[in-house]
Design a protein around this ligand. Structure first.
Ligand SMILES: C[S@@+](CC[C@H](N)C(=O)[O-])C[C@H]1O[C@@H](n2cnc3c(N)ncnc32)[C@H](O)[C@@H]1O
Length: 207
């Protein structure tokens, strides 16, 4: 899959600026959206990047020194300590949600909902014809999706959804965190580069 184009990066990031104190990016790949955020005035220290692929995670440490880079699955946000101390002003996601089982999508979006600040939004793009987060999942988590636009000249054409809270849902507030266990796979270990962490026990596939 080709990296996203600059028009899609613009649509994904245009509502975010340096006043958005902390931004979480899921599936940054080579960092197309990350670069757009930096061009919008954010400094790497405002960014947490969660990337499954070890090579991309390493590349991101070279491109964005100072950013907090986590090598691991975004599906583990809920149980891991990452970002639990931060209420993110925005989450941007390049994750291929359409190719994931709905249970995984639920875990990812639930983890995001726990970490979004009160007025924070999740920005998710898709190559599909509708929001890649099923209505049932959005409803369960007290979220709603709004189509921001479609970039037809992206290869392939892509749409961006803004996902935000419809109500305060006790199931996704920090008050319900105690049921999350701190088992081995949620522990964090530092790898060679101190800004790169991965969840212990994470299996990283090399392609
Ligand atoms: C379609 S690419 C998007 C890359 C980049 N954001 C862009 O738009 O060009 C999807 C990215 O998500 C990463 N990814 C896939 N599953 C993931 C997961 N469960 N957790 C974190 N990253 C994941 C892939 O390694 C890849 O870098």
């Amino acid at each position: 899959m080709l990296p996203s184009g600059t028009s899609l990066a613009h649509l994904m990031t245009k509502a975010i600026d340096r006043n958005t104190e902390s931004v979480l990016e899921l599936g940054p790949g080579t960092g197309v959206f990350t670069e757009a955020l930096v061009k919008r005035g954010l400094v790497p220290e405002q960014l947490t990047l969660v990337e499954l692929d070890e090579r991309f995670a390493y590349l991101l440490t070279r491109r964005f020194p100072g950013a907090r880079i986590v090598q691991g699955s975004a599906a583990r946000l809920s149980g891991a300590g990452i970002g639990s101390d931060v209420a993110y002003g925005a989450v941007i996601s390049g994750l291929p949600l359409l190719s994931m089982p709905s249970r995984t999508v639920f875990r990812i979006v639930e983890g995001v909902a726990r970490r979004l600040g009160p007025s924070g939004n999740l920005y998710q793009f898709t190559y599909g014809a509708r929001c890649p987060v099923a209505h049932a999942i959005l409803e369960r988590l007290g979220l709603e999706a709004h189509l921001l636009g479609t970039v037809i000249w992206n290869l392939p054409p892509a749409s961006v959804y803004r996902i935000s809270r419809t109500r305060v849902d006790p199931k996704v507030t920090s008050a319900s965190e105690p049921h999350v266990t701190s088992d081995a796979h949620t522990a964090l270990i530092h790898k060679q580069n101190p800004t790169v962490m991965c969840w212990e026990g994470e299996r990283v596939s090399r392609q």
